[in-house]
Design a protein around this ligand. Structure first.
Ligand code: GDP
Length: 443
């Protein structure tokens, strides 16, 4: 769950207020004390916390809130709005140049996740119809160039390099020439990092900046480092000037401090977040302050869920499926297909987190991803005929399927029963639809 500890504490504090018919100023003060502790524990910058609490309190103790019919809910709304404002209110987009190529420079300390993010961004923009080029300007870290070439290979995006003997400024310039000559409209420059900020590194990055004039300088920081990430961002912004921040490793055990402080401290927006070591679209997200605030408060993030579904959505398949449902010829093959589509959207627990209320209600319930593996194995152990026509699956076939899938007969029985129920339900929907169209059924 995103920022698990923080989310839990904020939700339980606010839930207490929501349950009250009447809320006094004292209740608000008490709740804000708890919110303050939760934010400080999540490693949010002290000054940011203080300002946040003052703003919420000022708005919450107003007569129109306390005397309203639903004071608790109004306060939750205020907290939600102020959390959103803290993270920048609206989504900050990439500034695409009207004259291609758009040049994006990735900077950050070693290990923050620059190279990985370069691959994720290249993949994401390629899917959006751009023609990216990755440029390898880290000539110091052994194997950095090789790593970028591997990343580029994985997402099928070209990588420009002049080896590790040339000056990074020259590599960047030549890379842009290469992009112009080869029709690449989006250049991502991967720069060197150091373990700590040092003047040499800053000097080199400033040189690249003044020569190449990137449209975007994005600083990659590791969210797991909390306040340190914010300090790094402040420093890079002072010395180099950045346009935005990318927070990586949000899939890990991050407390949330960096995400909630970086915008307020540096004035620079978070543009993307990294959610895993893989390079696919499930491991990167465009950062939306409002959606993040809703997730922290357990209000879900239905919009991101829909977007994920759309990214994995195959319109042709969906039409075929609809036809099958209507003609009642939905089979185990279709079922398996559906299962695989859902699984390609990411881990089930990540998806659940985006459903309003689900994160909290299902907490503690271990979403058994193994169960899905079993279901898949059972279906795969059926013959083609059995998948098309499950009614022929008698006792001995059930035994064979169980043995073939490494499950037991009860599990096979359960799946068959669930499948039958699903089919029945689909039939009912299809009938209802028919009746509606025939005018016999009015809603
Ligand atoms: P660079 O030195 O800044 O280029 O960092 P790398 O891209 O080499 O990443 C450093 C390490 O962090 C690698 O082991 C990556 O697999 C890992 N990493 C990068 N981004 C993420 C992320 O979003 N989540 C997780 N869990 N690991 C990440």
């Amino acid at each position: 769950m995103v920022f698990e500890g923080l989310a839990e504490k904020l939700q339980s504090t606010l839930q207490k207020l929501k349950g009250k018919g009447k809320v006094s100023e004292k209740d608000v003060t008490e709740a804000m004390r708890e919110v303050k502790m939760a934010l400080l524990e999540a490693d949010v910058n002290f000054k940011v916390v203080k300002d946040f609490i003052n703003k919420v309190k000022e708005r919450a103790v107003g007569a129109e809130v306390l005397e309203s019919l639903t004071p608790g809910q109004q306060i939750i709304k205020i907290v939600n709005e102020e959390l959103t404002a803290l993270m920048g209110t609206t989504q900050s987009k990439i500034n695409f140049s009207s004259k291609p190529p758009t040049i994006l420079m990735l900077v950050g300390l070693q290990g923050a996740g620059k190279t990985t993010m370069g691959g994720k961004l290249a993949n994401m923009f390629k899917k959006q119809g751009k023609r990216p080029l990755l440029v390898a300007c880290d000539i110091y870290r052994p194997a950095a160039i090789k790593q970028l070439q591997i990343v580029g290979g994985q997402v099928d995006v070209p990588v420009f390099t002049l080896g590790d003997k040339e000056n990074p400024v020259k590599i960047a310039n030549e890379g842009i020439k290469h992009a112009l000559d080869h029709g690449n409209d989006f250049v991502i420059i991967d720069t060197a990092g150091r373990l700590h900020i040092d003047d040499d590194l800053m000097g080199e990055l400033q040189n690249i900046k003044s020569n190449v004039k990137p449209h975007e300088i994005l600083l990659v920081v590791d969210a797991m480092t909390g306040q340190d990430a914010v300090n790094v961002a402040e420093h890079f912004n002072e010395k180099l000037g950045i346009d935005g921040v990318i927070l990586t490793k949000l899939d890990g055990d991050t407390r949330g401090g960096a995400a909630l402080s970086v915008r307020a401290v540096t004035g620079k927006p978070i543009k993307f977040v990294g959610l895993g070591e893989k390079l696919n679209e499930n491991s990167i997200e465009v950062f939306h302050p409002d959606r993040m605030a809703s997730r922290i408060l357990g209000m879900g993030d239905v919009l991101s869920l829909i977007e994920k579904a759309q990214a994995n959505f195959d319109a042709k398949k969906a039409m075929e499926l609809e036809k099958k449902i209507k003609s009642q010829s939905f089979t185990f093959d279709d079922f398996l297909d559906q299962l695989q589509q859902v699984k390609s959207m990411g881990s089930i627990s990540q998806l659940l987190e985006m459903i309003p209320g689900a994160g909290k209600q299902l907490k503690g319930m271990d979403v058994d991803e193994k169960e899905l593996v079993h279901i898949q194995a059972i279906i795969q152990s059926m013959t083609k005929e059995e998948r098309q026509n499950p009614s022929i699956i008698n006792g001995s076939r059930r035994k064979r399927i169980a043995a073939g899938s490494g499950t037991n007969v009860q599990q096979v029985n359960r799946l068959l029963k669930q499948f039958e129920q699903t089919r029945k339900m689909m039939k009912q929907f299809a009938d209802m639809d028919k009746m509606k169209k025939g005018g016999k059924f009015k809603l």
